[in-house]
Every structure is written in structure tokens, then in C-alpha cells.
Design a protein around this ligand. Structure first.
Ligand code: AMP
Ligand code: MG
Length: 421
């Protein structure tokens, strides 16, 4: 486990007062460690979990060459380019069944989709392409090639080969694939435990009476949603008032129970409160100013064995810093080998103001233009407290560090989050 100072010394041009977005991700990837405990999950519990070992295919899928169509199986060696081929129907084969007899030259077998290809036959002519009288069929010349409409043994998965790799996030498709191999349970990494709380004396919990100057806590609920979607075990520690002993208890308890701690608020420069003080006292923590908008201040480090993500207080900044930094770091901790999702390139429907020297994240709604290409429009007020514009958005327009203003019609990169968060 490396100290903050050790990681900082490894990074070229590390400046905590003006950290680039890319440097934050690099730093975090060196700070966090993957869980090491495995457990077994039944297939219904495995959705969203991370595979802890390669799954080797115990069988080939499909297990036999079989028909991809309803039609007639025959030996394509009999096809000629310039004459139709007439064959006698020697029998019928249903899905899953095999044909125990020899098929003689001049014969074919009526075959249903999924039926095992009879020995010596390699091609299927779909039933709608043939003419016939019930006992014979005629295949037009030049229509088919050897191997057409036949699924090959092992074309999906070959016995003994890895079907899924360690680190694979178990998606609906992965569950189906496991089932196709007859596998009912898999080794997965244990779930990540993440504790979170909100700080600030002005923050009200739900159920408390409103009072002048106070705001309801929204961050805890967004963070809850983000973590739940990621498949983490969540530990909700409420709103912690700005009193040293309360903060100390919260941080200590969180560090004992969780792999990661996420707080919001209290990390900006001018903060008079005790959050930063307690982070410093209890942990090995860096306080950053990140060259980004929204979300400039952030505290990162360790308290005990737990990784600390001290996010800014503004509700949109919480979501942006979570998506940009915390989510990839947590995935790494979960043992996931998932690559960063690709950015979508979309045409900006409006000019966008952008200051070079920081990465900007603007909330946008991506839709399909009349030419079928993706286009994006920003969702109104981009203030870092304006959650309603986050609700309307389905992605974040990411304007790179060195980039300046964007003209209407320019292509911009969008980090899509619909369905991701
Ligand atoms: P801070 O980072 O503590 O300076 O907070 C920045 C802004 O975010 C302030 O307007 C806070 O009132 C607001 N804020 C902080 N925490 C929360 C929260 N949990 N829910 C809603 N707003 C918050
Ligand atoms: Mg505050």
C-alpha cells in the first residue's frame, strides 16, 4: 500500500494545486487495490458481479454441427453450377435429434432448425428455395455453396477454451452464456463495501423541518443510486454535523467497515469547517484543486485501510467527480477489467463557451438528428448546484483541457451515462 507522498513522487509534474483530470485518474489507479476475497455466486445472484477466475468451457457450443434453417440437408458435392439438383427425401429430423442411418447419394433429409446434421451431409437448402412433389425436391442451380445454413460444432465456444475471463463484469449476455455451458454458479470477487456521508451544518436530513438557509441533503441519495447501480454494498452514515468528535467517529467507523469512504462537502479552500482537519488528522490525504468544472476541490487518500474520496459539496459536482474519477477507481477495486466506456461523438447544436486550461463537463441530451447522426444540446442552466439539468441530461459533454469555444455544428465528445449510472 503506497503512501500519498510516494505516489505523488512517481508522477511527472504533479501539482496538487492545478491537477489535470487525466492525472487524477492515474493517481487513483495507483492508490487503489483490488479486493482479494472470492466467493461463489449462483447465476441469479451473479448479475453485475465481477468474475474472479476464467471460466473454461466444459463443452462445445453447439455440441454438434446442426441446421440453421428449416429445409433439407444434403451433400453439397452433388451440386453443379449449371444444372438443378433433384434429391429424394429419405426422412425427417426434428430439433435436437440425430439421424442414425447412412444417407445415400441422391438422397436428402428434411431437417428442422437445430437438428443435428446427419453424417456425410454438410449443407442445408431452406425449404422456401426448393420445388418438389413431396417425395423429391429440386434445388435451383447456382443458389448454394457447401456449408450454407449449417452451424459448426464449437462455433460459439470450444470445449477447453476460456469462455469468460477473470475481471469480466457479469452482464445479461454473460449470464446467458454461462447457462449455455450448463454452469449454475461462478467464482466472483466479494462485493465492495462503500460507506458514505454528507457533511455541512446547513444540510438537512429528510424528515427534518426546513429552516432558513438550510438545504436538504441530496448528495447521499445520488451517491446511494450511483453505488447501487455499480453493485456495491452501501453503508449510509447519514449527515454528519460539523463537530470534531462526530466527524472523528464517522470517519473511524466508516474506515472499520468499508473498503471506500465517500463524503461530500467541506473540502473547498475557504471551508471553515472541521472536515478537512479530521481527514488530515485521521488519514493520509491529499487536498487537490483539479483543473475542471464543475468539481474543482477534492480530497483523496486513505483512512486506515479504506480509500477516501472527499467530493465537493455541490450536487452536480458530486455526480461529475463520481463519474469521472470515483467510478473507474471503484471498478478497479471491484476487480473489474472493464475498459472506460467509449465516448460518443456528437454534433453540438449550440455554440458552447469554454475556457482553455481546464476540462469542462456540460450536461447534455443526445438525440438522433434528421441525418441519423448523434447530436447534443446542453440542458439549460449549467450551475453546479442545478440538479434538474442533470436529470434532463443523458450524458456529459467533455470539453478537453486545452480546447476553447465550440461553434454550433462542431463535433464534441459525450460521456453517456444513461443506463450506465
Ligand atoms: P461545500 O463544498 O461544502 O462548500 O458545499 C458547496 C455547496 O454545496 C454549498 O452550497 C452546500 O450547501 C451544497 N451542499 C453541500 N453538501 C450538500 C448535500 N449533501 N446536499 C445538497 N447540497 C449540498
Ligand atoms: Mg460546506
Amino acid at each position: 500500500m503506497k503512501s500519498i507522498a510516494a505516489i505523488a513522487s512517481e508522477l511527472q509534474g504533479y501539482d496538487p494545486q492545478a491537477l489535470r483530470v487525466a492525472a487524477v485518474n492515474t493517481f487513483l489507479s495507483r492508490l487503489v487495490e483490488s479486493v482479494t476475497t472470492q466467493e461463489t455466486a449462483g447465476i441469479f445472484q451473479a448479475l453485475g458481479r465481477v468474475l474472479a477466475q476464467d471460466v473454461i468451457s466444459p463443452i462445445s457450443v453447439p455440441a454438434h454441427d446442426n441446421s440453421a434453417m428449416d429445409g433439407y440437408a444434403f451433400d453439397a458435392a452433388q451440386l453443379s453450377n449449371d444444372a438443378p439438383l433433384t434429391l429424394t427425401i429419405a426422412g425427417t429430423l426434428r430439433a435436437g435429434a440425430g439421424w442414425p442411418h447412412r444417407v445415400e447419394p441422391g438422397q436428402c433429409i428434411r431437417i428442422m432448425t437445430g437438428a443435428i446434421m446427419p453424417g456425410g451431409l454438410d449443407t442445408v437448402v431452406p425449404q422456401e428455395f426448393v420445388s418438389g412433389d413431396g417425395s423429391t425436391i429440386t434445388i435451383p442451380a447456382g443458389l448454394l455453396h457447401a456449408g450454407d445454413n449449417r452451424r459448426k460444432l464449437g462455433e460459439d465456444l470450444m470445449q477447453g477454451q476460456p469462455a469468460l475471463r477473470r475481471g469480466q463484469l457479469l452482464t445479461p449476455a454473460a449470464l446467458g452464456l454461462l447457462a449455455s455451458l450448463g454452469i449454475a454458479e461462478v467464482p466472483v470477487w466479494r462485493k465492495l463495501r462503500v460507506a458514505y456521508f454528507s457533511t455541512g451544518d446547513e444540510i438537512l436530513s429528510l424528515g427534518q423541518a426546513p429552516r432558513e438557509g438550510a438545504v436538504y441533503d441530496s448528495n447521499r441519495y445520488t451517491v446511494f443510486g450511483l453505488l447501487s447501480r455499480l453493485g456495491c454494498e452501501v453503508i449510509d452514515m447519514g449527515v454528519v454535523r460539523d463537530e470534531p468528535h462526530l466527524l472523528e467517529t464517522a470517519f473511524t467507523q466508516a474506515a472499520q467497515q468499508a473498503d471506500a469512504i465517500i463524503t461530500s462537502g467541506g473540502v473547498s479552500v475557504g471551508e471553515a469547517d472541521y472536515t478537512k482537519l479530521l481527514m488530515k488528522k485521521l488519514g493520509d490525504v491529499a487536498f487537490w484543486k483539479i483543473a475542471m468544472r464543475p468539481g474543482r476541490p477534492m480530497a483523496v487518500g486513505r483512512i486506515g485501510q479504506a480509500v477516501l474520496f472527499g467530493l465537493p459539496g455541490n450536487p452536480v459536482a458530486v455526480m461529475v467527480t463520481f463519474l469521472a474519477f470515483v467510478r473507474p477507481a471503484l471498478l478497479q477495486m471491484m476487480g473489474s477489467a472493464a475498459a472506460t466506456p467509449p465516448m460518443l461523438r456528437a454534433r453540438s447544436l449550440e455554440p458552447l463557451r469554454k475556457k482553455p486550461g481546464r476540462t469542462e463537463y456540460q450536461r447534455g441530451t443526445v438525440s438522433t438528428g434528421s441525418d441519423g447522426m448523434p447530436q447534443v444540446r446542453i440542458t439549460g442552466n449549467q450551475g453546479s448546484g442545478v440538479l434538474s439539468s442533470m436529470v434532463q441530461a443523458n450524458g456529459l459533454i467533455v470539453l478537453a483541457h486545452d480546447q476553447g469555444d465550440v461553434a454550433a455544428g462542431d463535433l464534441v465528445e459525450v460521456m453517456m451515462f444513461d443506463g450506465v449510472i
